[in-house]
Design a protein around this ligand. Sequence first.
Ligand code: SPD
Length: 275
Amino acid sequence: MTEQWITEQLHPYYRKSLKVLEYLVDEQTDFQHLQIAQTEFFGKVMVLDGIIQLTEKDNMGYHEMITHIPMLAKTNPKRVLIVGGGDGGSLQQVLRYASVEEVVVCELDRRVIETSREHLTFFGDPYSDARVKVVIQDAFVYLADKQGYFDVIVSDTTDPIGEAEKLFSETFYRMMVAALTPGGAIATQCEQMFFDAALIKDILKMAGRLVKNPAYYYSMIPTYPGGGIGFMYVSDEPWTNGLNKPYPPGKMNYLNPEIHRAAFSLPEFFKNALA
Ligand code: SPD
C-alpha cells in the first residue's frame, strides 16, 4: 500500500511531513480546508489550509503555555476570552481554574468546533462546561464594543495569513488591551524566532506602546516549523507575577516552574534580532 504523508510548507524554503494512517475529516468549510487525520506517531492531527494546528502528542507545549502564563499572572481570573481556539485545547486548560466564571470562545469557523468535539476527544469535551459561551463571529467585530471586561485574553489563532493577518495588527492588539480589566493579561500566538524575527520585533515594539510589561516567550512543539513557537505576553503586570503561584487542579504535561521561568530566557541571536 502507498504511504500517505501530510506535508506542510508554511515557508517557501522549509517543509515537514507526518505519516498519516487515515483521514477522519477532509472538507472545505465556508472559510478553509479542514482536515483531521490519524497519524502514526503524533496521534490525531488537525490541519487548516495545509498548516498543522495541533497534534494529540505535542499540543500540550502550545496550549499549556498560551493559557497558564497569563492565567497565573492575573490573580483569580474570572472572565476569559479565547480568540479562535475552536479546537478546544486552550479552553480545556482555562476551565481548570475554579475562579473562572465565564469563558467566551470567539471562533470564526463553526466546523472547527463541531469536528473537534467529534474527533479530538482527548480534550475532554470542554464545550459541555456551563461556563462556556461560544460566539461564532470575527473577533474583530466581537471585540469592537468590549471595554474592561476580560481578566485574561488568549489569542489562539492561525498564522498571519489571509483572514488571520489582521489579528496580528496594532488595531487588534489595541482592542484586546481595551477589553482587559485593570491588571489583566493577554497571551497571543506569536510565531517562531528563527523564521519570524522581524514580525516578532514589530509586535513586541507595538505591544510596548500599549502596555508596561510585554514579553516574548517560547515553547517546544516538534510539529511546528523549527520545532517550536512563541507567544507574546501583553500586560501592565510583569509575567513574573505568575511565578510560584499554585497550579490549577489536574496534571501539567509541559509546564513546570522551571519551564515557566526558562521560557522567557531568549537565545543571544534572537535578543540581538529584537534589539
Ligand atoms: N504554524 C502553526 C501555528 C498554529 C497556531 N494555532 C494553533 C491552534 C491550536 N489551538
